[in-house]
Design a protein around this ligand. Structure first.
Ligand code: ATP
Length: 357
């Protein structure tokens, strides 16, 4: 298996800066996701790693070797795209064998390898079927097997699940991760779906405007977003524009909250206070206040999300907090109920607005 390194990667298309200087080091065997909204440069980065495109400046290294000018077929990569890009006139088996035929392996070798891979992806029985006889999820499995057949050192996946329905998407992403771990193959996975990225990756790089905003483990990205963009993009987040007050407090539009992180910041500093909805507590007025600072207001929205219900509270001062509560706890909190909402002092992160916005 091989490491992938990007050094100062820039790519311009005329006036459009698709990549504005990417540095990235993906160690051998890692599963890294490039996560970001449409147009942030994910696909451009992947195409440069694959060799389908050349950077305006910067270098791509695979296994320590500079491959910036090397064509795709000599980079030792396997690739899976969003659209099921199988050859329609070939059976699943022949599709999987394709790369091996080009590499002049014997028929017996190809057959054995294709059978092994079809088994690995759970399609041992479907080798003789043509793509149109397979579901979308099955076709993507075959595309994965085809990419793996040549035993590449690096696997590149560009939104491979986005054309599939939700249930198949979850099944297949688990499958991709299982196979990646089994083979130990260095994998770079492009997606705009934060849940997908967090659930299968060793590390996630969040991209925005042609740059990497932050890179870290899923837990780091979720728990300690470094910029307002990452905070917003990864999961739902309360974003309170506030000012640092005295003694570890913040002032959020006139309401005072105790926030541990405020102790380290100068009084009067403008901050974005980030609070995950699962740390916010909401109780009916009169049930006693919880949290280190509260707002008193009304439930204005409720969204049932299965195991949790998302409840949004607003007060007269246009302050707002959103909580994810167990559906049992949320039950008495119908729209219009007078409630107290707060969060513990250690649950909030503060980002200086001077630096980041
Ligand atoms: P999506 O998820 O929508 O594919 P992305 O994050 O993969 O988005 P890219 O496809 O890498 O984004 O595109 C980054 C920017 O570069 C966009 O503004 C896009 O319009 C532009 N771009 C990409 N390829 C080309 C091209 N061949 N010619 C001109 N502009 C391009």
């Amino acid at each position: 298996m091989a490491s992938v390194e990007l050094h100062g990667l820039h790519r311009r298309f005329g006036e459009v800066v698709a990549l504005a200087g990417i540095d990235l080091n993906v160690p051998s065997g890692e599963f890294l996701s490039l996560l970001g909204p449409s147009g942030c440069g994910k696909t451009t980065a992947l195409r440069l790693i694959a060799g389908f495109d050349r950077p305006t400046s910067g270098r791509v290294l695979i296994d320590g070797k500079d491959v910036t000018g090397v064509p795709p077929n000599r980079r030792d990569i396997g690739m899976v795209f969003q659209a099921y890009s199988l050859f329609p006139n070939m059976t699943a088996e022949r599709n999987v064998e394709f790369g091996l035929r080009i590499r002049k392996q014997s028929r017996a070798q190809r057959r054995a390898r294709a059978a092994e891979l079809l088994e690995l992806i759970g399609l041992g029985h479907a080798g003789k079927r043509y793509p149109h006889q397979l579901s979308g999820g099955m076709q993507q499995r075959v595309a994965l097997a085809r990419a793996l057949a040549i035993e590449p050192s690096v696997l590149l996946l560009d939104e491979p699940l986005s054309a599939l329905d939700a249930k198949v998407r979850v099944q297949l992403r688990e499958e991709i991760r299982r196979i990646q771990l089994e083979l130990g193959i260095t994998t770079i996975y492009v997606t705009h779906d934060q849940e997908e990225a967090l659930s299968i990756s060793d590390r996630v790089a969040v991209m925005y405007g042609g740059k990497i905003e932050q890179i870290g483990s899923p837990a780091e990205m979720y728990g300690s977003p470094a910029t307002p963009f990452v905070a917003e993009f990864i999961g739902t987040m309360n974003r309170l524009v506030a000012t640092v007050g005295d003694g570890g407090t913040i002032d959020y539009a006139g309401a005072r909250f105790r926030v541990d992180a405020a102790r380290d910041l100068p009084r009067g500093e403008k901050v974005l206070c980030l609070v995950r909805p699962e740390t916010v507590d909401i109780v009916p007025v009169g049930d006693g206040t919880r949290g280190d600072g509260t707002i008193v207001g009304e439930v204005v929205a409720r969204t049932f999300l299965g195991s949790v219900t998302r409840v949004r509270v607003e007060d007269d001062g246009a302050r707002s907090l959103t909580a994810d509560l167990s559906s049992a706890q949320a039950e008495p909190l119908s729209v219009g109920t007078r409630v107290v909402a707060g969060f513990p002092a250690d649950a909030a992160r503060l980002l200086s607005l001077a630096e980041s916005d």
